[in-house]
Ligand binder design. Structure first.
Ligand SMILES: Nc1ncnc2c1ncn2[C@@H]1O[C@H](COP(=O)(O)OP(=O)(O)OP(=O)(O)O)[C@@H](O)[C@H]1O
Ligand SMILES: [Mg+2]
Length: 358
């Protein structure tokens, strides 16, 4: 049974389509991460799921229940979900414990059970000792964790998190991510998690959706997004990807300025994008791409070169290389692997992984 199903879902604000004809299906118990540039519609999609916005068009089903469709609208309080939003709203006059208990009171859970659940939820987020404080007596990160505890306390089937780690330091983010994984495992709830941090998404998600301009470009398992991006936007957005304009020949070869590559699958013929990540290329004696070193930097202690390929537009490739080659040096690049996408309306292809010609 799919836990979340959206069918042709749109949300318009005047001329802006914040969510533009999205159809998706996420199974029960998934950890669904939503990625995309600022303004791409992530929060708007979450607000639609939460019932804080009514769709302009389309339908949302949670579990067996249609919660939004033409003529149907289930109020947020009746959707059995918990939310932690970018701007977490805590009641300033209530203690931390009272804030966490608030949703439970709404559900008319009796006092003894409430006390147990509040203590449990605060312990889960590492704030067991701060239940008596008021929100203004907490740091930003602690306030965010109170908001998470409040969402968890009602034990919802669906938890919506909009950048819940944005205000936390790097160490606490890692700890909280591990906590999310644990809470996800233990509760069996479906999580929808909006983040700007791809590593964060890849670390915890079972499904990742990439949004752009209100549309869903692709929804897939994390490694599929890396290995088989469905659109040039996804290829560029995920993991330092670069796309180079190339031509695919009818005989299964791809022409590059200084050589050819052989296709493993079926593609083209016609204009294509060759999608390359740092792991796909290496500096070599010979290779089908020749380029100039335009920059060198250290990334996590490894030397990374920026290399501008000749005759392939103005996009520099990031290439890991141990040697400190000087800026301006000319090098060849060997292509170990890669991925092709049709360019300018070419027909859709089945399988288009490429490998270097032996
Ligand atoms: N209440 C509103 N009225 C008008 N336009 C809105 C409203 N809410 C959002 N938008 C517009 O809808 C688009 C999507 O916004 P949304 O907040 O969903 O983006 P986002 O992906 O969450 O961005 P960010 O990563 O910056 O949080 C943007 O162009 C935004 O300006
Ligand atoms: Mg947002």
């Amino acid at each position: 049974m799919a836990e979340i199903t959206c069918t042709n879902l749109s949300l318009h604000f005047g001329p802006t389509a914040a969510v533009d004809d999205i159809s998706l299906s996420v199974p029960s118990g998934a950890f669904f991460a939503l990625l995309g540039p600022s303004g791409s519609g992530k929060t708007s999609l979450l607000r639609l799921l939460a019932g804080l916005e009514r769709p302009t068009h389309g339908k949302i089903t949670l579990g067996e229940r249609t919660v939004a469709a033409s003529g149907t609208f289930v109020e947020p309080g009746a959707r059995n979900l918990g939310m932690v939003f970018q701007s977490y709203a805590l009641w300033p006059h209530m203690t931390v414990a009272a804030n966490v208990a608030f949703g439970l009171e709404m559900q008319q859970i009796d006092k003894a059970a409430r006390t147990v659940r509040v203590a449990e939820a605060l312990k889960t987020v590492g704030l067991g000792h701060l239940g008596h404080r008021k929100p203004h007596e907490l740091s930003g990160g602690q306030r965010q964790r109170v908001a998470l505890a409040r969402a968890l306390a009602v034990r919802p089937a669906l938890i919506l998190l909009d950048e819940p780690l944005a205000n936390l330091d790097a160490h606490l983010r890692q700890t909280m991510l591990a906590e999310f994984r644990r809470i996800h495992r233990e509760t069996g709830a479906t999580f929808v998690f909006v983040t700007h941090d791809q590593n964060e998404a890849m670390a915890v998600a079972t499904h990742v959706g990439v949004m752009n301009d209100g549309r869903l470009e692709q929804i897939a398992a994390p490694d599929t997004l890396f290995d088989r991006p469905a659109t040039p936007m996804v290829a560029r957005f995920i993991g330092h990807g670069r796309t180079l304009p190339v031509i695919c020949r009818a005989d299964g070869m791809v022409d590059l300025p200084h050589g050819t590559l052989r296709l493993q699958g079926h593609a083209g013929p016609g204009p294509a994008w060759l999608c390359l990540r740092p792991r796909d290329v290496a500096v070599a004696e010979n290779g089908p791409i020749r380029g100039r070193v335009v920059d060198r930097r250290l990334e996590n202690g490894l030397s990374m070169l920026s290399i501008l390929p000749e005759g392939l537009g103005d996009v520099a490739l990031d290439v890991p290389h141990p040697q400190a080659l000087p800026v301006g040096a000319m090098v060849h690049l060997h292509v170990r692997s890669g991925w092709l996408l049709p360019r300018e309306g070419a027909a859709v292809w089945d399988d288009h992984r490429i490998a270097a010609l032996a």
